[in-house]
Unconditional design. Structure first.
Length: 210
């Protein structure tokens, strides 16, 4: 059951991936590319699907109906990617996630979309010191502040959030929807990919009653 709020989904896929050693988007989890798993989970909530990547990765093969947009601010980190996707968004709200998150939870994202009224962003808070700005909802109202920071090289997303009206989603809210916190699992190292496949195999066994 969804809130009925349709959004643009923005998948950030422009990182250098030095730690992983190859394309995380094309890594295989449970027989499927990670990028395809991400798109599959976002589709029910999305009226538009955008992948933001670097010019070097502009040949990334994507499913029909997914738009590829080249980062307007190459080399300026996640803020540049979020801004580029949001500037291309056709909807006032955008779900922003990384391309390396194979276990996104549609119920949690839908819950977050329902919290957006009166806020520029909705972001999970993992603990007192840590939030997850790359599993978030951003409104197009963020664009002027983002652009100003990009133009003046004030790039940390954590600092941007202090200038926005942010609704933080607390652990007590998201744990019932995602008790294993797999929404925030991302693939940075080859060992993470190995773990992702083991987790996916365990989920398949649970569904089959094994």
């Amino acid at each position: 059951m969804t809130t009925g709020t349709k959004a643009t989904s923005i998948i950030l896929c422009g990182g250098r991936e030095r730690r992983f050693g190859s394309s995380k988007a094309l890594a295989i989890v449970d027989g499927k590319r990670v990028i395809d798993r991400v798109i599959e989970r976002l589709t029910p909530l999305s009226g538009q699907m955008i992948v933001v990547t670097s010019a070097e990765k502009a040949d990334l093969p994507l499913p029909h109906g997914t738009s590829l947009v080249v980062d307007e601010y190459a080399g300026k980190g996640p803020l540049g990617g979020i801004y580029t996707g949001l500037a291309a968004a056709e909807f006032p709200l955008a779900i922003v996630v990384g391309c390396d998150m194979p276990f996104l939870n549609g119920r949690l994202l839908d819950y977050m979309l329902g919290l957006t009224e009166g806020f520029d962003a909705v972001i999970p808070r993992l603990d007192e010191e840590m939030v997850e700005p790359l599993h978030a909802i951003y409104a197009r109202t963020c664009l002027p502040e983002m652009k100003a920071r990009l133009e003046s090289d004030r790039l940390p997303v954590s600092q941007l959030l202090r200038a926005l009206q942010v609704r933080f989603v607390e652990k007590a809210e998201y744990l019932p929807l995602d008790p294993n916190l797999l929404s925030f699992f991302n693939i940075n190292y080859p060992s993470d990919l190995e773990r992702a496949n083991k987790l996916a195999a365990g989920m398949n066994d649970a569904k089959a009653g094994r």
